[in-house]
Every structure is written in C-alpha cells, then in structure tokens.
Design a protein around this ligand. Sequence first.
Ligand code: CMC
Length: 434
Amino acid sequence: MTNSEIKATLSFSDGSPSLEMPIYKGTVGPDVIDIRKLYATTGMFTYDPGFMSTAACNSSITYIDGDKGELLYRGYPIEQLAVNGGDFLETCYLLLNGELPNAAEKEKFVATVTNHTMVHEQMQFFFRGFRRDAHPMSVLVGTVGALASFYHDSLDINDPHHREVSAIRLIAKMPTLVAMAYKYSIGQPFVYPRNDLSYSANFMHMMFSTPCAPYKTNEVLVRALDRILILHADHEQNASTSTVRLAGSSGANPFACIAAGIACLWGPAHGGANEAALSMLEEIGSVDHIPEFIRQVKDKNSGVKLMGFGHRVYKNYDPRAKLMRETCYEVLQELGLQDDPLFKLAMALEKIALEDEYFVSRKLYPNVDFYSGIVQRALGIPTSLFTGIFALARTVGWIAQWKEMISDPEQKIGRPRQLFVGSQTREVQPIEKR
Ligand code: CMC
C-alpha cells in the first residue's frame, strides 16, 4: 500500500471547514480514501450498508476484477491454478504461504495435513446429539465450534506456532467432519480417514465407503471434486470471510471464527445458492417452463430470483462458472450421463438469460453455483451437503485471511457505527400507564 500524490477533499455546503484525506494505492484495483480521521475531525460517520464502497482491510491474498471477470489467488489466475496448478493442497499452501510449493515443500505440507485428518474420538458424541435429519450446516457450525474444546494447545492466537497448527488442523479435519455429518444423516457408521489417499480421494472414501464395501476411486471424479475445492477456496472479502475477520478481531479462537464463517455461508444469498440453484432447476423441470420462470424472475413482487446468477463483484461471467461448466461436462461424460436433463435445462436457461434485456442491463451472469450443484449431484453428494462442501473448500481461505488479519499491525476490533433513527431519550412509564 503506497500513498498517492492525489488527496481527496471533502467539503460541506454549510461552510464547515473542508477535510483533506489521504489516498492509498494497492498493487492493482481501485485506490482507497482513508477516512479514519473523519469522525474525530467532523463528528460524522460514513453510511454504507452492505459495504458497497468500503474496504475494511488491506489484503494480499485474493484479487477479483469484477468487470473483467478475473480471479487471482496470490497473483495466479484461477484458470491456471485449476488446470495446471496441481491439486487442492497446493492451492492451500499458496493461499496460506503466498507462494506455490516446490516438490519438497509440497511433500512436507501434505504429510503435515495428513497427520491431522482424524478427529478426537469424543467428537462422535457431538454428532450423536443431533437429530438424523438436522441440516449438515447446523451440524458443522456446532462441531467445528466444538473443536476448540479439544485443542487447548493451539488456541493462543498471539503465538504464530499455535496459529499455524490450528490452521492445519482445520484444513485437515473439515473433510472428516463433513463426511461424518453425511454418514450420520443416512445412518451409516462413520468411516475413518485413509492417509494413503489424496485429500479429495480420502474425502470421497469417507463419504462413500462402508465397512462392507470400499469406495473405488475414480480419477475423473476425484479431479472434479478437487477442482470444486480449488474454485471455492477463497474469494476476497465476501460475507463469510468478513464474518471470520470480524469474529477474529475480538481475539476469538480460530475454531470459533470458522464456525461463525460457516453460519454466514449457510445463507441462500451466499453459500446456500448452489443448493438453491439445483432446487430451482428441479422445480422448473423442463425447457418449456423456462419462459414462465423468467417472467416470474422479472416480476419484483414474486420474490423469485434466478439462483446461481448475479454477483456483488462480478459484472461479467464469473471465471469459476466457466471452469465449473467444463467440469460438469467431463463428469457427466465419465458417468455416461451426457443427456442429463438438468444439465441441458441449465444450459438452455443460461442461454436464454444471457440474451434477455433484464439480465443484460443488470450485468447478471452465471456465478460458480450455477453448475456446481449438477457436478456435486453427479458425484453422489446429496443437495443438503452442497453448502458443507463449500465450507470445506473455503476453510483454507477463511483461515488464511484470519492469519493475515492477526499479523496486520493496523488490525483493530471491528466496530461499525450507525445512523440512529429510533426514539430520542424518553421516560419509562409504570406498566398501568402504558
Ligand atoms: N435474479 C434476478 N434478479 C437479480 C438477481 C438474480 N439472481 N441478482 C440480482 N438481481 C437484480 C436485483 O433484483 C436488482 O434489480 P433492480 O436494480 O431492478 O432492483 C439488480 O439485479 C442488482 O442486484 P442487487 O440485489 O442490488 O445485487 P447485490 O450485489 O446486492 O446481490 C447477489 C448479489 C449474489 C446476492 C444477487 O445477485 C443474488 O441474490 N443472486 C442469486 C443468489 C446467488 O446465486 N448467490 C451466489 C453468489 S456466488 C457464490 C458466493 O460467493 O457466495
């Protein structure tokens, strides 16, 4: 972050003294105006619900150019990472450490993560406290938060070694917890991790093996899952990442912060969109019903949205959606499902929406969730677990952002202010007089 020679001047029409504010330049992307002295100098706050124009931190992890439809992790385009960048654990290493690993670093990192895949045996009792039909996201909020009660030896957020160990534990144990949530929901025994398998192959083993039948690894499907994880690994200061940072700004431990991120991700406007997009396709049912559905989407009173479309930052095709569409095709091909009616419906819906004035004028394009549901369904993952897979992938992004925040000398407890529009001071009346 460097100082710009240009300064911003805020002037007032009532003749109050104007205020000069510094402007900082990042390496790429919009400059920022430093308003930190605004309140002390003028007694006023800025008003920005939804943070439409607010940079709440500086970060060197992920960059999005929404107009170009570009996503970079530590400077590397997502397309290159997804196609030539190795597996998900290489992306994890990159997000956490800033550089792609060489062969020796990769081997050490994989060994370290693999060493932490099991969860404490007591964890199963947390699962058993839930109803079998509990939503996996509620189970994950609870069980990830519960990890804090098992790892007292890595909770000192001021100790870099503790932070590192917690980060590895979270990345290593998330697949185990997500698979346990699934197994519990269908009444099958939990399956222990296998450390001879890759991160994604092990996850599929824990999901789909039973004590009587081992899961046979299919490289195309493992690669597809790995790509889902890479594409969802981080996304700059989105709602759940900002939640993790805000929770962490109070000094809360990393397991509690990630549990807060999972809670935020659950919402249908965020991580819940992949589940909602697939349900939407199932409800539409056939290509003939698309025009009526589009009519409802355009009717503001209907409350219907085209799920998997639109994004706060991307005003162009989400680069992740392109890769996901490609993966969708490969997976369906591998499984002999090329004629999958939902995939055909999704492609027809996308084509119609991309030509429609409503979507064109609002710059609404498919986002990553438009196709990820179809891929996950083909992999055998139930709809209710889609957001859990997103949480599993995003854990590395959350923890990398959390670590960056803790090490930032400018970090303060997050404490937004408000424009108060409620009652002024008034007297409490005894109940008989109210
Ligand atoms: N279907 C129909 N209309 C839409 C949609 C949509 N999916 N998204 C935005 N619009 C309209 C919106 O009604 C508004 O119209 P108008 O200007 O006439 O009032 C205009 O487009 C601008 O939308 P907005 O709500 O101001 O945009 P936002 O930045 O606040 O919302 C969003 C972004 C992702 C919440 C929204 O596009 C949405 O709800 N999309 C569907 C849910 C979804 O797919 N979410 C996944 C996001 S990607 C994964 C992730 O990062 O979590």
